[in-house]
Design a protein around this ligand. Structure first.
Ligand code: V47
Length: 364
């Protein structure tokens, strides 16, 4: 049998991984329940190396968060404010452009834009934002708006999801981030974010984007009130959606940060759970090319180590992240490109700078 495996529950899973077979719900559960992290990592690395060789992708990006004022009620969010609250802010489009002018955008290929659901902003604000950014910064790709925001923008404009996405794409939207996935299970969603779009709607919006030629990412918020079964269910539903459209680029497990949130009794996730979640994601999502470690939430050390456990993508230089900072982030909010390259090289991998669509910018 496989001498690297200590947990005998993993034998048949290893056989299936090495013969390229799809893993089942039960397999996913056994993987999460196992503490044989070395074996799980070897399996996840095997799959990753078949897909990506020794390449590890990273990008040079900046974040813009247009507002923290939000009509949403997500209990895990420490970032949202009501209008008039201390610390509430809203950026006009001119302010957003000013902010971008003041950032050093030389070499930046992506602006990542997500924010609150502002009670007064309409369809035109969002469209105009994308248009004016594109006009002034034609070389910066715009990865913007979660599925939740797309639904909100569509509602504000009295338009369908499809027409909203078409308009945003014409205005200059390159791709969509994966935020808002949380955990798809209905009961968990009721506890976490009762007013948010359902898991089914999230997937439908992403699939609509894919059919219009807009690539997207997917996320899963883990480490709060969910069980392993909920995580596996989430991964399988993503895998099924990807079978239909093939439009997901990367999957990003987001480690829950508990500070200032309304999730009682929750704590920070641990290194083992974080690494295991990344590795199991790699094994379950056989039709995704990229598993991304978001170092803002995982820390740079866990993110670097995850490169031995199936991860092939590190996001990113970032600059001015706000959502995790509000919830007790411990990793900082900016990493120079030289540091990302060093993290990847010291893991014995090849750093590949990419743009939002995974076109290669430069290999280091
Ligand atoms: O949707 C909110 C999550 C997401 C907390 O697609 C929290 O490339 C942890 O989706 N603790 C936004 N997480 C971030 C996001 C993202 C980040 C980087 C890259 C990409 C991409 C997407 O952050 C939200 C929510 O799921 N979140 N509060 C918290 N307390």
């Amino acid at each position: 049998m496989f001498s690297f495996i200590k947990d005998k529950n993993l034998y048949s899973i290893a056989e299936r991984v090495f013969s390229g077979e799809r893993l089942s719900f039960e397999d996913g559960l056994k993987l999460f329940e196992s503490n044989d992290l070395t074996a799980i990592g070897i399996l996840a690395s095997y799959v990753n190396e078949k897909k990506n060789g020794d390449k590890v992708y990273f990008n040079v990006n900046v974040h813009i968060t247009p507002t923290n004022i939000c009509v949403g009620t997500c209990k895990f969010c420490a970032f949202r404010k009501n209008k008039g609250d201390e610390g509430a802010y809203e950026l006009s489009i001119d302010r957003i452009l000013d902010k971008m002018r003041n950032m050093n955008l030389s070499g930046v290929t992506e602006v990542h834009i997500v924010g609150g659901l502002h009670p007064e902003w309409g369809f035109d604000y969002y469209l105009e934002m994308v248009k004016r950014i594109k006009e002034e910064f034609p070389d910066v790709q715009i990865k913007a708006f979660t599925a939740e925001e797309i639904k909100y923008i569509a509602n504000r404009g009295g338009k369908s999801i499809k027409d909203t996405l078409i308009a945003l794409k014409e205005a200059g939207l390159t791709s969509m981030p994966g935020g808002g996935g949380e955990i798809f299970d209905k009961d968990i969603r009721k506890k976490l974010c009762p007013d948010k779009i359902s898991g089914k709607e999230y997937l439908e919006i992403h699939k609509t984007a894919h059919r219009l030629g807009i690539k997207t990412n997917a996320t899963m918020l883990f480490g709060h009130v969910e069980t392993f079964a909920h995580r596996v269910n989430h991964l399988i539903r993503l895998r099924e959606a990807q079978d239909e459209t093939g439009g997901f680029q990367a999957f990003i497990p987001l480690a829950f940060h508990p500070v200032n949130t309304e999730i009682g009794g929750a704590d920070y996730t641990t290194g083992v759970d974080e690494i295991k979640t990344l590795a199991v994601s790699r094994l379950m999502l056989d039709n995704f090319y990229h598993i991304k470690a978001y170092w803002i939430m995982l820390g740079e050390k866990i993110s670097q180590m995850s490169l031995f456990y199936g991860v092939d993508d590190l996001d990113g230089t970032v600059v001015e992240e706000e959502i995790t900072q509000a919830a007790g982030a411990r990793a900082g909010e900016y990493m120079p490109k030289s540091r990302l390259i060093r993290l990847i090289k010291e893991a014995g991998k090849t750093p590949v700078e990419r743009d939002s669509l995974y076109n290669i910018v430069r290999i280091y």
